[in-house]
Write a protein that binds this ligand. Structure first.
Ligand code: GUN
Length: 289
């Protein structure tokens, strides 16, 4: 059997197009564009790539992009003052502070300064709390993107066994909350989990978010399971001096056993920014009353 390939790139393109339509409707109704502010501190090359891509896709979706770039040596107080200014700016519906921040800054303190109603990343403790108790709020983009792919593939998730590998605040924990809210039986596995292959073998849904190249092997996967690979790992390629991207799942192996698998690249990755745009638009509608 060969698994179906879950085309996150195509799904993300469709989602961006839908966001674009709703962004135009918002502008017609509110008399202004929905606005997303992105703050980048320092020159981390990967962060610069993300931020450029976010800005470009925001504009392409018909929303206003406000980019704030601050030098690495910016004082924390200055960043907090900028966040507070964005909190009260009526043109800004969503605020994202790109992580990681320079070492001298307290990330939790910075995130806690964002108005939770503009927290389109869903990283604020109030957003995490709202998700945990089932209140309306914002959900981190990557796990919400994974859930959209799962629901598109499986329709109802109710009663299914789901294993999330990884317990980060950004992916693993919110992913588990989302699956629980869909009435899955959820296990969160991590680096200390005993008999991980056995735990994964029970799962109808596997979400791998550990950052270890090709860790999840074919013989860990229940036949027919739906496998969502959040990992993006750069490893040496066969050709000398070259590298290639792989996920946390042995893709070729999983394809022979699973029912459906997300590829890397082209699976979960493109969903993150598409969901961010969706969250920013939702923020605009909610904040405009
Ligand atoms: N750094 C890497 N991914 C992300 C993200 O989704 N949001 C923020 N704020 N920082 C990141």
């Amino acid at each position: 059997m060969t698994a179906a390939i879950i085309d996150g790139k195509a799904f993300a393109a469709t989602l961006r197009a839908k966001v674009g339509e709703l962004a135009a409707a918002f502008e017609a109704k509110a008399g202004r564009k929905a606005g997303l502010a992105v703050v980048l501190v320092g020159e981390d090359p990967a962060s610069q790539v993300y931020v450029r891509s976010k800005g470009k896709q925001t504009v392409e979706a018909g929303m206003a992009s406000f980019e704030h770039r601050l030098p690495a040596e910016t004082a924390e107080a200055e960043l907090l003052a900028l966040v507070e200014q964005l909190n009260t700016d009526p043109a800004v519906d969503g605020i994202l502070v790109q992580l990681p921040l320079p070492k001298h800054m307290d990330e939790q303190k910075v995130i806690s300064t964002i108005n939770p109603d503009k927290d389109v990343d869903g990283f604020h403790v109030i957003s995490a709390g709202r998700l945990a108790v089932g209140q309306q709020g914002f959900v981190p983009c990557t796990p919400l993107g994974c859930l959209m792919l799962l629901k598109d593939r499986l329709r109802s998730l109710s009663g299914l066994d789901a294993v999330v590998i990884g317990r980060s605040n950004i992916v693993g924990k919110p992913m588990a909350q989302l699956l629980l809210a869909e009435s899955c039986t959820v296990t969160i596995a991590h680096s200390r989990t005993q008999n991980l292959p056995e735990v994964v073998r029970r799962a109808d849904i596997v979400v791998a978010a550990v950052g270890r190249p090709e860790m999840v092997k074919a013989d860990w996967i229940k036949p027919g399971a739906c496998v969502i690979d959040v990992g993006i790992n750069r490893v040496p390629a066969a050709e000398e001096g070259k590298t290639r991207l792989v996920g946390d799942v042995d893709y070729a192996g999983a394809m022979a056993v699973a029912g459906a698998v997300t590829p890397v690249p082209g699976g979960v990755g493109p969903m993150t920014i598409a969901v961010l745009l969706r969250n920013a638009l939702v923020a605009a509608y909610r904040n405009a009353g």
